[in-house]
Design a protein around this ligand. Sequence first.
Ligand code: CP
Ligand code: NVA
Length: 324
Amino acid sequence: MNTRDFLSIKDFTPLEIRYLLALARQIKANPAAYSETLKGKTLAMIFEKPSLRTRVSFDVGIHQLGGFSLYLSPAEINLGKRESVYDVAKNLERMVQGIMIRTFAHEIVEDMAAYAGIPIINGLTDYSHPCQAMADYLTLWEVKGRVSGLKLAFIGDGNNVAHSLMFAGAQLGAHVWIATPPGYEPKADAILWARERGHQTGGTCTITNDPAQAVGGADAIYTDVWASMGQESEAEKRRQVFLPYQVNGRLFGQAKPNAIFLHCLPAHRGDEVTHDVIDSPRSVVFQQAENRLHAQKAIMVELMKDRAVPVPELVVEEETVAGR
Ligand code: CP
Ligand code: NVA
């Protein structure tokens, strides 16, 4: 892989995405083989928004690879106010070997990557959440045995999580349906990109305002909070608008009988999903959360490894993600 940063699923080839998923699966199966792969390397983690999974999985992940982490809270850095993105990048590149950043505008991670001579990993922006999508498709692959040709229905807001699911689904040949209230559809450029890439892989991207149409015959149902971080002031309005898009037992029952339920978490039971769905045996949300760790270890290994030090050979066949 030549790509040095992990800013968007769009920056990779279909083969590279499959390779990363295969590597994640291998690391999950044999973590001890990678315990010194990033020995002595430090990952700085810049958070401008709250987090449970992203913080813990990157923190634990880099330690399991032999490295160290450094948590930088919103108050500490105050990116762009206390100090410019440029100066933060230029300081950190002298002291650490990688930066994970969770922020608001997507341009901030792009700027950081342009300025810093070390790998930058997108830990969520208002536009995308690529590490989440890697864990999501890893989970689908584990549970369903393949990703290519599967129908995944995302119900709710056409947000950062929806965008990355569309991108990764297109890379992997999946059929991604997004059902949103009118006015909350994914960004037009994201839809266009997913459809274009799908021409190469057999993947499709369908946008609708009808949740029942999206879930019909689906292999997996996915939802996310109705008001994302930074949209707290819209929460009440959104609760009214999104109510018909709640993933409840009735809607989940219209998917395939063996359909699984996915959620990036945190979840608001009683809003976007009901207890009976998220706490059902077909909900794999905690397996999905665990897979953040394995997927991100693969990303860190690939981006931060010392090219001179050998890493275990990949024996998991990345082609199997396509079900071949
Ligand atoms: N899914 C996810 O990114 O969770 P956190 O916001 O807790 O990191
Ligand atoms: N769409 C959510 C995802 C949280 C992991 C948000 O941006 O808050």
